[in-house]
Design a protein. Structure first.
Length: 376
């Protein structure tokens, strides 16, 4: 790190303190970090990625940053304090040389290869600038994946960076360091593949994947209950989260009471009806099986036989278009089933608004058996 003035140290200290208070960082793969100098290449999701990486890494990191941002009055003191290397995209030779020298001196240098913040939460096309530094320094390249940051207050979710409330405090973040690559093998295609592998590994570790799907659906829909959950492409109607949950809850009670089948087929196009059916079957602790009605009769007969499907959810207008579909023994038509349930749907809509998620799950008996035993 470069020498800091008292003001710069204070800015850096409070910046780290702010990030620590908003985020809870879990670091993976620290054993992959080389002992000498090397180049870090992470994905780029938020304005505070640099501070998060520094919290996860046990050694100081020096960042290569666009000259336009480096010289901004608000950012410059902090960026200079942590030893950032400004780079002019059109005249990058000096910055590449400086970065290579710092790596040769045993420091860690970080370049965000996407060149900009992600606007959709997915990895952008990688730029080749980091390749110049790696080859010039003959340095090892360590890919890094920052996971779960999309949706935090410093990400671009919702089309804005800062003007939104945090979903959780502290916000959980996983940072995974991959195995080092030699400079000659760390081309754009290889680094991109390694980043995506790290992303998949981080995703598979998310706690939500260990929880019951019905629980995750209920908790997700109860957040911002009046926000739009579905816009139907067939008739352009909208359905709010709370109304979707209320209708699915009422239908799930019917399915649980009337059918003991483990699996229920769903034969519907992509629409609010298919989403409602899938959610209702899930809340009934059954497995929804969405049949591909374009595969042909023989393929769907095989699917029904192998999955032991005796009940299907569909709708009359759609069934009229499928003249040769191998329907199971019992067909539930949403257009006939839902209107008589209007009172129950309204009741469950009110309950879904007022009841906490855990209570709603217990009322629906939508928890896995082990959870019900533990809470009884």
């Amino acid at each position: 790190m470069s020498s800091m003035s008292r003001t710069e140290r204070a800015l850096y200290f409070f910046g780290r303190l702010l990030v620590r208070s908003l985020y809870r960082v879990t670091a993976l793969g620290l054993e992959n970090l080389p002992s000498g100098g090397f180049l870090l290449v992470p994905n780029h999701i938020t304005w505070v990625d640099a501070l998060l990486l520094q919290l996860a890494c046990p050694r100081p990191i020096r960042y290569v940053i666009d000259q336009a941002y480096y010289h901004r009055p608000i950012l410059h003191p902090i960026l200079r304090a942590i030893g950032c290397i400004p780079i002019n995209i059109r005249h990058s030779h000096a910055a590449v040389r400086t970065a290579a020298e710092k790596i040769a001196e045993g420091e860690i240098v970080c370049v965000f290869p996407e060149g900009q913040l992600e606007r959709t939460g997915t990895l952008l096309r990688l730029q080749r600038g980091y390749e110049l530094i790696a080859r010039h320094a003959k340095a090892q390249v360590v890919p890094v994946w920052l996971d779960q940051l999309w949706g935090s207050i410093f990400s671009f979710q919702g089309g804005r960076f800062f003007t939104k409330f945090p979903k959780r405090i502290p916000y959980p973040v996983t940072i995974a360091f991959g195995k080092p690559l030699n400079a000659e093998e760390a081309d754009v295609a290889t680094v991109r593949e390694e980043l995506l592998k790290l992303g998949e590994s981080c995703f598979s570790r998310r706690p939500s994947l260990d929880r019951h799907l019905a629980e995750e659906c209920v908790r997700g829909l109860k957040r911002r209950p009046f926000a739009t959950a579905v816009i139907d492409g067939t008739d352009h109607t909208e359905l709010s989260r709370s109304k979707l949950l209320g209708a699915a809850a009422a239908l799930s009670r019917y399915l649980r009471k009337e059918f003991s089948d483990e699996r229920i087929a769903i034969v519907l196009p992509a629409s609010k009806g298919s989403m409602l059916a899938n959610l209702a079957v899930t809340l009934a602790n059954k497995v929804p099986v969405d049949l591909n009605f374009t595969m042909g009769r023989a393929a769907n007969e095989s699917c029904c036989r192998r999955a032991n499907l005796r009940v299907a959810i569909s709708a009359t207008p759609f069934m009229e278009r499928l003249k040769d579909f191998p329907w199971p023994e019992r067909i539930l038509k949403l257009d006939e089933l839902l209107p008589p349930m209007k009172g129950q749907i309204i009741l469950w809509w009110i309950i879904s608004l007022l009841a906490p998620a855990r209570l709603l799950l217990r009322l629906l008996q939508a928890e896995p058996p082990e959870n019900r035993k533990a809470s009884s």
